[in-house]
Ligand binder design. Structure first.
Ligand code: GLC
Length: 428
C-alpha cells in the first residue's frame, strides 16, 4: 500500500475476546433506508442507474412512522437473538443518524435519529448493539464513480472527485458513531471489491481509529484487511473455517428472501425450519448466524418477517441451550444429524426423523442420560456389542463396536428441528 497512513501496530490490537459474540450465536440484521420505499432491493439506485434527483423522490417522502425500535428489539429477543446490527449508512449514503458532516440524514429529513432509537431499544432489552457502515457512498461528491455507481457511464465521470476527502468524511462519521452512542459492540463495514479496497478506504487507519475509540469493539473483515470475524454472505459453511490452520471467528449473514432491503414482490422466502437448521449448522461449525429483516417503507416488519421470527422464537424458547453458549463437537455425528456441544452436553439435531432406532458411533459407555430437549422426556438407549442385531443373533453385525443406540418415539416431535440432549460422562 502506498500513500496511506499505516498504523499497523495499533491495528493488530484486536480486542481480548470474542467470547460474548461466539456465545450469542444468533443476531438480527436490519436493513432500512430510503431504498425500503422503492421496495425493490437496496441496490435499486445502482441497478436502475438512477440519478440523485430521481432518487430524491424517496427522501422527499421519507416517513418511518412505523419504525418502532422497541418492537424490533422485543422481536429479536423473543426469537432467541442476542445482538442486532442496523444499517447506519448504506451504499446510497443516506444516514440514519445525526451527522454534522452531511444533511443527508434521517434527522434532517424527519427529526428522528434512528440509530439512537435503535441502540437505546436494543440495550433496554439486554441485546448487544452493532452498526453497519457502508464504505461505498453514491451520494458523496468525492466518492469516485466505479462499476457499481449509479452515475457510471454519465458525464459525472468527468467531474473531479477526491477520495482523500471522502476518507476524511468516513473517518469523521465513524468518530461520530463511536463517540455519540455509547458502547457499540460490533461494526460491520461493507464492502471491498476489485475497484476499491483497503487503499481506497484507508483501511488500516480507519481500523486503528475504531480500535482507539472503542477498544472492545469487534470489527468484520470487509475493509479488506483482517478483522475480528469473517462474514460468509448468503452462504453456509459446512465445516469450521480456518486461516493458516487456526480456527477463525465467523458469522454467516443471511436474508429471508434474497434481498436485504424490503422487496415487496419477492416471495422467495426461506421457511423457518430451514433457518433453524442454518443456525444450528453454523453453531455446529463454530460460527454465528445473523438473520436479516428489511422493514417496509414505513419502517414496520412485514407479516412474513414477523411470522418467521415468531416461529424461530417458538423453537428457540425450547431449544436455546443447544445454540447459545454451544459450539462444535469433536464427536462424529450420525449421517444427517448435527451435533453441537456445551461442556458435557452433546446436542443431537435431527432434520430427518429416524425410524425408532438411531445409532451413534463411538458413544457406547459415554452417555449417562438422554432426553428430548423440547419436553425433557427421557430417551432410552442401549449399547449393542457390535456383533449382533437386536432380536436376531444370527444376523451379521449391523453396527461397529462402540455404538450407542437410542430408542426414539415413532412420532416425530412437533417442533421445527427435534433435538436430543445427551449427558456425557466425564469432563469434555
Ligand atoms: C452486500 C450488499 C449489501 C448488503 C450486504 C450485507 O455486500 O452489497 O447490500 O448490505 O451485503 O452483508
Amino acid at each position: 500500500m502506498t500513500g496511506v497512513p499505516t498504523d499497523s501496530a495499533d491495528c493488530a490490537e484486536s480486542p481480548d475476546s470474542t467470547a460474548w459474540f461466539e456465545a450469542a450465536r444468533f443476531g438480527l440484521f436490519v436493513h432500512f433506508g430510503l431504498y425500503s420505499m422503492a421496495a425493490r432491493h437496496e441496490w435499486v439506485r445502482s441497478r436502475e442507474a438512477m440519478s440523485q434527483e430521481a432518487y430524491d423522490r424517496y427522501l422527499d417522502r421519507f416517513d418511518p412512522d412505523l419504525f418502532d425500535a422497541r418492537q424490533l428489539a422485543r422481536a429479536a429477543k423473543e426469537s432467541g437473538m442476542r445482538y442486532a446490527v442496523l444499517t447506519a449508512k448504506h451504499h446510497d449514503g443516506f444516514c440514519l443518524f445525526g451527522s454534522a458532516l452531511t444533511d443527508y440524514t434521517s434527522v434532517r429529513a424527519t427529526g428522528r435519529d434512528l440509530v439512537r432509537e435503535f441502540v437505546d431499544a436494543m440495550r433496554a432489552e439486554g441485546l448487544r448493539v452493532g452498526l453497519y457502515y457502508s464504505l461505498l457512498d453514491w451520494h458523496h461528491p468525492d466518492f469516485t464513480i466505479d462499476e457499481h455507481h449509479p452515475l457510471r457511464g454519465t458525464a459525472a465521470e468527468e467531474e473531479p472527485r477526491d477520495m482523500a476527502r471522502y476518507r476524511a468524511y468516513m473517518e469523521g462519521q465513524i468518530r461520530e458513531l463511536l463517540t455519540g452512542y455509547g458502547k457499540i459492540d460490533t461494526l460491520f463495514f461493507d464492502f471491498t471489491y476489485p475497484e476499491k479496497g483497503p487503499e481506497e478506504w484507508g483501511a488500516e487507519h480507519l481500523l486503528s481509529t475504531v480500535r482507539a475509540l472503542q477498544p472492545d469493539i469487534l470489527v468484520n473483515d470487509r475493509l479488506g484487511v483482517p478483522g475480528d470475524y469473517v462474514t460468509p454472505e448468503q452462504y453456509q459453511p459446512d465445516r469450521p473455517l480456518e486461516r493458516a490452520g487456526e480456527r477463525v471467528t465467523w458469522e454467516a449473514c443471511h436474508t429471508l428472501n434474497g434481498s436485504w432491503g424490503y422487496d415487496r414482490d419477492n416471495h422467495d422466502y426461506k421457511d423457518p425450519a430451514l433457518l433453524v437448521r442454518m443456525l444450528v449448522q453454523s453453531v455446529a461449525c463454530g460460527g454465528n448466524l445473523i438473520l436479516n429483516v428489511g422493514p417496509t417503507g414505513r419502517g414496520a416488519l412485514d407479516p412474513q418477517a414477523r411470522a418467521t421470527l415468531r416461529a424461530i422464537g417458538d423453537w428457540s424458547a425450547l431449544h436455546e441451550r443447544s445454540v447459545r453458549g454451544a459450539g462444535p463437537s469433536a464427536h462424529e455425528a450420525p449421517a444427517a444429524g448435527l451435533y453441537t456441544q456445551a461442556g458435557n452436553r452433546l446436542y443431537l439435531h435431527l432434520p430427518v426423523w429416524p425410524l425408532k432406532h438411531l445409532h451413534l458411533p463411538g458413544l457406547a459407555g459415554r452417555v449417562r442420560y438422554a432426553q428430548l430437549l423440547h419436553d425433557g422426556s427421557e430417551i432410552l438407549f442401549s449399547e449393542l456389542d457390535g456383533t449382533r442385531h437386536e432380536h436376531n443373533n444370527l444376523a451379521p453385525p449391523s453396527q461397529p463396536a462402540g455404538t450407542l443406540t437410542l430408542t426414539l418415539p415413532i412420532a416425530r416431535p412437533d417442533v421445527l428441528l427435534p433435538v436430543i440432549e445427551l449427558e456425557l460422562d466425564g469432563a469434555e
